[in-house]
Ligand binder design. Structure first.
Ligand code: AMP
Ligand code: GLY
Length: 461
């Protein structure tokens, strides 16, 4: 019996040793809550984590073997750090380094990457590129749009489309805050012309595009160049205040449901959205010669006229990454390798659970945020409640956490139902004290019902 036990013990030791030997050194580039949850999921998959960030994320610091605080677009430094630490592959979290070619640079330096190369990242980096591609390849969820770099032709375009059906979108990255929608931010033809004039004066190219009316959802996918695999749908809340009031933000919170759909989005809708994303990935290859690899985020709106593509992002969403990655039943390290090697297959699933993520932001955010305010987290109580939390734009000095000018901490509840996930997230929020606010309505039945009623009224009118 003793001999058998010893044999078993040495068997397990061998397995453990084997796992240690194949533990990969993974680099995460980025410093927000999205990178915190990606890092956590890589570590769960057995990775040894290294982090390269322009601003120290306390969560990533705790998870990492080694960190470096330096500009996320200084590619030489990233390559040097990767070589020093024998990095097997890098995952690029945010869009900013992607659209200026981090993947091209790192791969040239011998570091395989999860993220699109510069040509493919234009899907997010250039709204004009994305719209033109969708039009050229006849991808159905596209909307009518036209690019401008002066005031020439604007009046006649407004006349054709009608001012109340217009959206103005500056070219380039705007953190979701440069887009102005008629009825939300612009209230007359004069407002539209004024904003176009401002963009023209700043030499900023822009799009005028057809305004869609409906309900938005996010579909985040894993892409290996050809294969595009989806994850549970998520709905984000862009407006700063309850009941969708106030200025646009990076996102104040998000939810997903246990069936991975939305009550107003059917499986057929998801199939259509996924099909359009597959066609887009194929179009990127046909147009640029470069395969799209990494994560691709599709933001769609269901309207009375069908599904419409609002925008693509070349990365996971923030907060939406927090809704899907903790549900992953599979190994993110393996998925990353499959993306790099171009042999992604559906050998992973997501738990059939609902999630609610609530962002705590500094009082005054996004207009006049209170920075350098201390934040107290009762970690023991959060753990007891079963909520999770992810650091965004906060910094740590000693044991203390302080706010900056952006979203502070994402608090996540996971449960069998939306009601319970929301309760867990709200109870988690209660464990964090400071000059912060959050949207209590995110993930509530009441707000969900409002969305359902809105969709029904559009579809039945
Ligand atoms: P984006 O930066 O493209 O995500 O735009 C920010 C927000 O503007 C989106 O989340 C939408 O709510 C809104 N938006 C963008 N494009 C349109 C559109 N064509 N129709 C209606 N709303 C839009
Ligand atoms: N939640 C919006 C974004 O990640 O772009």
């Amino acid at each position: 019996m003793l001999k058998l036990n010893l044999n078993l013990l040495s068997y397990y030791r061998t397995i453990e040793l084997f796992c240690l030997i194949i533990m990969l050194n993974c680099l995460i580039v980025g410093h927000g809550a999205r990178e915190h949850v990606i890092g956590e999921t890589l570590v769960k998959g057995g990775a040894k984590l290294f982090s390269f960030m322009s601003f120290k994320n306390a969560g990533l610091e705790d998870l990492s073997i080694k960190i470096k605080i330096h500009s996320e677009t200084d590619f030489k430094e990233i390559i040097d750090f990767s070589k020093e630490n024998k990095i097997d592959f890098a995952v690029i979290g945010p869009e900013a380094p992607l659209v200026v070619g981090i993947v091209d640079a790192l791969e040239k330096g011998g570091i395989p990457c999860v993220g699109p190369k510069i040509e493919a990242a234009q899907l997010e980096g250039s709204k004009v590129f994305a719209r033109n591609l969708l039009e050229k390849y006849k991808i159905k969820s596209n909307v009518m749009s036209k690019a401008f770099d002066s005031m020439d032709g604007i009046e006649s375009f407004i006349k054709d489309i009608r001012e109340e059906s217009l959206v103005v979108k500056p070219e380039g990255l705007t953190g979701g805050k440069g887009v102005k929608v008629y009825g939300d931010h612009l209230f007359s033809k004069a407002d539209i012309l004024e904003y176009c004039q401002e963009l023209t004066n700043n030499n900023n190219r822009f799009l005028l595009e057809e305004k869609c009316i409906g309900e938005e959802f996010t579909l985040q996918t894993f892409v290996d160049g050809k294969t595009v695999l989806g994850s549970p749908l998520v709905q984000d809340h862009k407006r700063a205040y309850e009941d969708d009031k106030g200025p646009n933000t990076g996102g104040m919170g998000s939810y997903s449901l246990e069936d991975h759909l939305m009550p107003f989005i059917t499986q057929k809708d998801v199939d259509i959205a996924l099909e359009d994303m597959k066609k887009t990935v194929a179009a990127v290859k046909a147009e640029t010669g470069v395969e799209y690899k990494g994560f691709l985020y599709g933001q769609f709106m269901k309207t009375a006229k069908g599904l419409k593509l609002i925008e693509f992002n070349s990365r996971f969403g923030d907060p939406e990454a927090m809704n899907v990655l903790p549900l992953l039943q599979g190994n993110l390290v393996d998925i990353c390798w499959a993306i790099i090697n171009g042999n992604l297959s559906q050998n992973f699933k997501f738990e059939k659970k609902a999630t609610v993520c609530k962002y705590l932001a500094p009082e005054g955010y996004p207009v006049n945020p209170k920075k350098d305010e201390s934040v107290n987290i009762n970690k023991k109580k959060i753990d007891e409640i079963g909520a999770k939390y992810y650091y965004a734009s906060v910094y740590r000095e000693g044991e203390n956490i302080y706010t900056t000018t952006s979203r502070a901490i994402g608090v996540l509840g996971i449960a069998d139902s939306l009601e319970n996930a929301e309760k867990i997230a709200e109870a988690g929020v209660e464990c964090i004290e400071g000059k912060l606010f959050h949207r209590k309505d995110v993930g509530t039945r009441k707000l969900l019902q409002k969305r359902i009623d809105h969709m029904n009224s559009l579809l039945n009118s």
